[in-house]
Design a protein around this ligand. Structure first.
Ligand code: BG6
Length: 318
């Protein structure tokens, strides 16, 4: 089921976007946001609460919302948030993210935020689930049933909703030009097809790569900026499914400790696409190489520099 659901991601994205972007690419319609424009114009802080994979999607959301709409965002593990008497005010927006809509910690954290008068918003996949009902307002991801407990297509759909929220808020707060806005909304519709082609083209390479590294005891996943939470998510998937120890790290933080673990037995998966801190990630790869770590990179198509430095690479379109 998990593999099937990975291959369903292109369709999941289409379902998530369906009906939410206007035909001229200039408007986003999200239930619960359109109806609360006055509150959102002055929202002071957004707190995202979630667990597991949904928490990683929340971290991507932090980079997106802060980056595009310039509203401060905090991302909290629901279980920690719940037990530390958090500071919540009526001018805050709380976004609870959950595939199942039933994760007990997320539900309890949402209830607490609601009691304290914050504007609560749910991002759930399962229609009519407890978190969706408790939030009252929110967006369904519509990724379709996810049977494999380790979340895959739901993550992609959650990130898609967070992109829509960040664009919505950026437009409301006039932090983005119309040209930038429409160029991103148009690109969102192209991603599904790119994803479909990529999944087909990398299938073989990934199977070979798995055979090559199946005996590895540890893996390190590195990324910078928005790719950092993606690295965390990659490591979580490997742990949960293969029972191989894996750690996700911000690539620059590697030198403050984990670098000691790198030797010829350590495969390091580096998200090294051209968008975002590219030169810096190249220098991080050189550091790994000098310690003889095995580099498996995820690169932008045609990137000869990182290809040359890598033991294996997977190319993805820009
Ligand atoms: C965990 C699963 O138990 O719950 C994770 O193992 C999942 O894969 C997490 O991400 C949170 O689930 P949900 O349904 O709240 O997104």
């Amino acid at each position: 089921f998990m593999l099937k659901e990975i291959y369903e991601q292109p369709q999941a994205i289409i379902e998530t976007l369906r009906g939410r972007i206007s035909g001229d690419f200039n408007l986003i319609r999200l239930r619960g946001l359109n109806e609360n424009l006055n509150f959102l114009k002055t929202v002071k802080k957004i707190i995202i609460i979630a667990c597991g994979t949904s928490w990683h999607a929340g971290l991507v959301g932090e980079y997106l919302i802060e980056g595009i709409s310039r509203i401060p965002v905090e991302v909290e593990y629901a279980s920690e948030f719940l037990y530390r008497d958090p500071l919540i005010s009526t001018s805050d927006m709380i976004i609870a993210i959950s595939q199942s809509g039933e994760t007990a910690d997320t539900l309890s954290a949402l209830k607490l935020a609601k009691q304290r008068g914050a504007f609560v918003y749910g991002i759930c996949n399962v229609v009519g689930s407890s978190i969706a009902r408790c939030a009252g307002v929110g967006t369904y991801t519509h990724a379709g049933p996810e049977i494999g407990v380790a979340s895959t297509k739901s993550f992609t759909s959650q990130v898609t909703v967070l992109i829509l929220i960040s664009l919505f808020l950026a437009k409301l707060k006039k932090k983005i030009t119309t040209a930038q806005f429409t160029s991103i909304t148009k690109e969102l519709f192209l991603i599904s097809e790119k994803m479909k082609k990529t999944l087909l083209s990398v299938d073989n390479e990934i199977q070979q790569l798995s055979k090559l590294y199946e005996k590895a005891k540890n893996f390190l996943y590195l990324g910078r900026g928005i790719s950092f939470p993606v690295a965390l998510e990659g490591a979580l998937k490997l742990k949960e499914i293969s029972y191989i120890h894996a750690e996700g790290y911000p690539a620059a933080e590697m030198k403050h400790g984990p670098i000691a673990l790198i030797d010829k037995e350590m495969p390091v998966i580096v998200i090294a696409t051209k968008k975002g801190h590219y030169e810096k990630i190249v220098s991080n790869i050189q550091e790994i190489k000098s310690r003889k770590g095995k580099i498996i990179s995820i690169i932008t198509q045609g990137d000869e520099i990182v290809k040359e430095l890598s033991d294996c690479y997977i190319e993805i379109p820009e």
